[in-house]
Structure formats: structure tokens, C-alpha cells
Design a protein around this ligand. Sequence first.
Ligand code: SF4
Ligand code: SF4
Ligand code: SF4
Length: 898
Amino acid sequence: MKILINGKTYEAAPGQTVLQVARDNGIYVPSLCYHAKIGPAGKCRVCVVEVEGMRGLQTSCNLPVKDGMKVRTDTEDVKAHQRLIVDLLLSSGKHDCLSCEQNGMCELQDAAYYLGIERPSFDLAPKTVDYDESSEMVYVDRSKCIQCGRCVEGCNNTVVNEVINFSERGFETRIAFDDNLPLGDSTCVQCGECVQLCPVGALLDKNAMGKGRAWEFDRVTTVCPYCGVGCQLELHIDRKRNEIVRVTGVEDAEANKGMLCIKGRYGYDFVNDETRLTTLLIKDSNGVFQEASWDEAIKLVASKFKEIKEKHGSDSIAGLCSAKVTNEENYTFQKFMRREIGTNNVDHCARLCHSSTVAGLAASFGSGAMTNDINDIRKADVILVTGSDTTAAHPVISARIKKAVRDGKSKLIVIDPKKIRLADYAEIYASHRPGSDVAVLNGIMQIILKNGWEDREYVSNRCENFDAFKEEIMKDKYSPENVEKLSGIPAETLKEIAEMFAKAKTGSVFYSMGITQHTTGTDNVKSVANLQMLCGNLGIPGGGVNPLRGQCNVQGACDMGGLPNVYPGYQKVTDPKVKEKFEKIYGRPMSDKIGLTVTDVIDTAYDGKLKALYIMGENPFLSDPDQHHVAKALGNIEFMVVQDIFLTETAEFADVVLPASSFAEKEGHFTNTERRVQRLNIALPAPGEAKDDWEITQLIANTMGSDWNYRTVKEITEEINLTTPSYAGITWDRIGLNGLQWPCPTTEHPGTPYLHKDKFARGLGLFHEIEFKEPAELPDEEYPLILTTGRILEQFHTGTMSRKSKGLNNIGKPSVMISVFDAEKLGISNSEPVEVSTRRGSIEIPAFVTKKMRAGTIYVPFHFVEAPANRLTINAVDPVAKIPEYKVCAAKITKLKK
Ligand code: SF4
Ligand code: SF4
Ligand code: SF4
């Protein structure tokens, strides 16, 4: 349709509002309570316009367009009305624009400028200040609040954290947190959504205060360096000091729609931290690091790699690439290991989080990635979350799930030993014994089959091996009563879950490491795949098997062949045709022997058989299980090189340490959990001598006598397009703001939001007969508790980045979660320091006594070097994926003697 604004004709689409059409065409209409994300509010009445044929002035933010509508935004009547409102708002708050932090970003200031208001006409401002400085990250100045309600909407209906509301009435109306608590004492998770939505200076990022004015900063769009959601963010850069001053979410980004969590928004201190590696280090004969030049260090690395390769063979050297660096850097790293060293001994920490996903889903469907995309969450009738503390580990996905439930679109089922925050939104919450996942899933599937709730047509048309699968499932041991004994979930609850899930038109499953980090990790994943095939939930929007990937580029590191059995694009090293293809492209003979996994690397080093190790951006000393074992293994290696942004606990073991650039200092791509390839842009120069990881790898290769000649990252992207079929169409120039989701086989292909549409990647979906097996180590008299490990919201992985942030450290501290039941039995009170021990070691850590923990199970986050959870964990691994069983081992807690 067409509408006329101020005498000019504009195109408009049905459903658009007059304000949207005006904005789309660059016509400024002041508005304060409206924000595109939260929709029309019609409260502040600043956005009024005149419409021919309509009486009085109309609020444009909630006025739908009609064909032929004639609108005026610029009449004196309109402006007089707007002027009065803006004047009243300016008069009723302490809007000291000269000293306000928001100066230059304030929408009230913009409106006043547009309307020519020089100073407020009335004296209505409060005489007392109303600050709230109690929160670590968010500063509140209620005397600047114009009560637009954007923060209330955002907190309750966008991120669904339900903290902010209005309290009192009339002139006394004010924003309040929970039941009028100081923000720092409320349930606020400090995601900063309210700050981003506030049009004035009433809610501010505390960290950015006093650091400069908005117009002094450059803005660079890039991707969050923490979890796999892949939130896009803008870094606000102070060029004078080369510092990140503030971070905001990109509103138009598909993955996060402007939302961020506390880490993405406030955890950037590490980039400018004074302990960043800025020089090269070589260990002298006394074991002390000495500074070195690039020339010295690279010559040493190249000559040692060559010498060890000649003396002990290519397979005596291994490399760990990284889930924290770009696709291009992982691509070059695996190429270096395969082409220059001549081994497939390349792996990374995906082994420790989702290798069972890759193995299990590849066996079931032919492709080992999240099947559906984040936008699909709202299309699911029922969402089952299991083995994922989504609110802590993938906060923005958790917000999407809560929103789908909140809007009445989806029902939620949560199965987890810990009563995670999402459980508050669930129709059914079930707490199961860690390690009983296969029993639970088989039990649910038996109920579905017994009641005939399966999707028979889907099963017979799209899948195979159903009969053998059914035979296993229908065994007596998976009856609801037996599963109750195995898992602790009441039989009745199992029936309710089965009915709700199977009867839904579309059901999606979200899981994370609670499913994968077991000796039965691959079996657990295959069982999830079985459930979704049985219910016909694959290849449809709103369905799917959705493993949530842990790190910013763990998906990309796998896609790029950072695995010992596959080249980029999961092309098998054992396939002669693939070998021939890469020999042709790389111009060298390639090995067809499957290489060592991360866990094999540590065991081989422990046995003294691994001679050299090249690590790029990984910290196995803290991330791998059984720390004493890892320490001995790393100590045994003849020559070790670590390339990182900090001197990590692992780097302390190295012979040579090479300084690398961080996410903010490089370009390239990350692939997020939903297979979306997104661009990183350079925001800052790398500090000191630091270089991009790909440059360092190229230097080593060429000093070893090779012929690498990448001049730009783009040239590496082009080689990825050439070698990796699923990335063939994801070219540098095609990747816009929202990237492209693989598979994207040609430059005309739009990318793939959900997989397995008409057929599975392997043709038919394969049902597996999965028998329930107990974890490797069960509680006994000496160690009567189950220890399970994971993340907390405010910290990330081994803490290399998040622990450099004072704010995150002040909130995210180590503690062992213990149930009220166990704490009472052991006489342990909240915050009391205790000793947690397993057969592998002990740590001292404060207790966090909570009703949310299952009796008999304790939970320790693995981020903390002073209380390292992985000193306790067991190094038993899944036989297929070689993923360690981080989620179950036997433990005990003892009170510390006073
Ligand atoms: S920071 Fe996030 S959780 Fe806290 S009040 Fe603001 S929107 Fe709500
Ligand atoms: S704090 Fe900001 S967003 Fe919230 S009501 Fe006040 S002005 Fe609006
Ligand atoms: S940590 Fe994850 S959820 Fe948080 S901002 Fe970064 S990508 Fe988004």
C-alpha cells in the first residue's frame, strides 16, 4: 500500500505502524516509550501526528497504516503538543544534560533538540536525589526516569527476568526491583537489557561511567567471545586509550535480537587487562621464562618440530586447536598439523563437551549439529530441556525459551538433577539421578509406544531399524516403575511427560553437557535422537534435536576439521577419495590414520610417548579431568608450545609461549550453535607483539621450510569455500549482518535454518537400540555422594577471560551446591568452607546450601583454579566419543576442622 507523509508518497506494508513507515524512510518523529523490540505502547504521547479524516492527534507508534492515508508529522499543532510533553518530562526530572552520562545517546535530549526546547519551563524536578548504586553493573538514577516503561517491558517480556516493575501511583510512581529492594539485593541477573532500552540516563552501565561521551567512541560490530549462542554486539571503543568502554547488543541480529547476558555485556575487561601476553617467552635451562623475539622463538619452534618429527615420526606430535578462535585460524591450524607435521593428531575441547553429540547425531541422522535454529524456539508447542542449565550457560537462549512459554506459545518440560531457573517456567519439572538419562528416555519412549502416541507414518517413511529399537524399549526394565527406581522420577511424572511431549504437534529438545559428558554420552545423544524420530519432530520448524554448544566457536572448530578423524566439513580422513582430494589441494601426501583425541593426547603424554604438543588457545590443565594426571602428562612432554592471550595455567608448562590477538583485535568468522557463520571485525590493535593465530601458524610453517602465502583472512575463507562443501556458498562477500547457516553448498543457496527437511543427511534416520548402563563410578560407603560439575552464569570455562573482570569475580564465586537434606545430615551451614573429596583429590570450597539441589548430589563449577573441580573428576571416557564423565563420580563432603 501507499501512504502520504508530509506530502510525499511512501510504500507501506500491512501491519506496519505509521511510526515504522516514517522511521524506515528517515522521517524523525520523536517517541520515548516506543521501542521496536517491545512494540507499541502509546503511553508517552510524544509520537503524535495528524491524519486527514481523523479527529484530534493520533499516536503514530500504535496507528496501523491504511492505503491512501495522509499523515503530517510537521504541523505546528503536532509540534506544540510534542513540545508540551517533552517540556513537562524535562521539567519533572533532574536532566542535567551537560553532566549526564547519556548525553549524546539520550532520546529525550534528541526530542528537545528537534522541538527547539532550550531549557525546561516548569520547576517540577524532585529536590532530593534517588540513586541506587547497589548493583555491580547497573547504576540507577530515578530522578532521570521518565516512566516510559521500556525497562519494565524489557525485563519482564524480552529477557523475562521479571525484576522491574512500577511501584506507587501518581507523582510517586517509581521503578522498583522485586519488592522494592535495592537492585543489588534483588533477583536481577545484570543482563543490562533495561540499560540498553532506557531512552534516558536513568539506567546506566556502571563500568562506562565517567569514561567519556558517546560521540567520542567508535562502534564496531562483532561476536561475543563467550558461549555458543553467538550474540552480536557492538564494542564502543575509546580510540585515545584503545579501550572498550561499553558493549551493547545488536538489535537486528537474528541470534540475540539485542539481548546479551552479564558476560557478553560486562565481561570485556580481559581485552585490556595488564596481564595480557605481549611478548614471546622461551623457558631457559632453569625453567624460567625469558623474553624473546619472534625470530628466535619461531626458529626454535620450527627446528624442534622438525627434529622431533624426523626422530620420532609425525604421530609423536599433537596439536590442540581452539573453540575460542576463528574458523580461519582453526582451518590453518588443522592444515598445519596435517600438511606440515603429517599427522591427524589434532583435536580441541569439543571433545570434552559435545564430541558425543557429533558422534551420536552423525550415527542417527548423518550430521552432528543442532538441527533447528534459535528463532524456531517460539514455534515449538512443547520444549523439553534436559541436561542443560540454560539460564546459566546459554542465557539468551533461555530468555527465548521463557518468552515462548510466557507468550503461551510453548509448554516447557525440564528434566535435570538441579532445579534450574527454567524449572520455574516449566509445566513439568523432574529431577533425575545423574547418569540415568538413557533409562529416563527409554522409559518415556516405552510409555509413548504402549499408548500408540508415536508418529507411525513418520517412523515408517523416514526412519529405519525401528523393530530392533522397539524390542529394546519394550523391555521390562524400562517400565515406568523400574525407571522410577533407576532415576528417581515418579512413574506418574514419566507418564505425564510422555503424554505431553508425544501429543504435541511440534516438540523440540534442548540439551547440553548434562547429556553429553558421560561414559554413555553417545548413547544419551542417540536416545534423544530416537525420541525425536519416534515423535516425528525432525525436519520441521519448531522441532529438532538442539545441542547447545558451549563456546563461541566450538561449532566452527569442529566444522573446520579440528578433529582427529575428519578434515573440514566432516570429510573422513579414512576415506580414500577424501584423502586424494586433500592431497591434491594441499599438494602433499596425507595420513589416513585417525589421530589422537584430547584425552588420548593426555594419556599418551602421561605414558611418555608424546614428544611435542602445540596448543592454540586451550587450557587443558583446568579443563581436563583428573588434574594430577594432566599435570604429570604435560610435565612429561619434551617440547610444548602454547599460543594464547594469557599465560594460562597450561602455558606455565610450555617451553615456548607465543602471544596471540583476542577476539576484539581480529577479523574472521565464528559459527554459533545454530550453524550460523558470523563475522568478527577488528576493533582494537593487538597489544605488544601479539599476532593473529593464523599468522603465527603460517610463520611456523614457513620457518619449517613450507610455502604458505596467505596475505589476508579473506584468502583463508576462500580456501574454506573450496575445501568444505557445507561452507562452499558462505563466501566473504555474502556474509552480511546475520551471516549464513550451513549447509550452504552454493553461492546462490540461502543457507539452512533447519536440517533434515525431507530426508536425513544419511537418507533414513537410524533408530538405535540403546541399553541403559550405569556410570563408571557410583557412590559407595566411603564416597556416598554424586559429584556433578558445570558452569555458573557469571563465569566462563576455565576463567581465562571472565576472571579478569572484577565485576564478574565479585558476583561469580566458587561454591559447592549441596541439598538442604544432605547439609542437615552433615551439619553443614550455608557459606561454611568444606572439603570435597573424591578418589583423585580434594578441594576446599564454601558450601551453598539450597533446596534446588537433589539430595545425594553435589555440584561444583569448574571455573576456579583455587577450587579446581577437575582435581576431583574421573577420567573414564565414553568409548566412542572419548568424552570424559564430568557429570558423575563418587564424592564426599567433610566439614573443615576449626
Ligand atoms: S539488568 Fe536485566 S535482570 Fe536486571 S533489572 Fe535490568 S533487565 Fe532485569
Ligand atoms: S528507568 Fe528508563 S526505561 Fe525505565 S521507565 Fe525510567 S526512563 Fe523508562
Ligand atoms: S555469553 Fe552467550 S548468551 Fe551471553 S552474551 Fe555472550 S553469546 Fe550471548
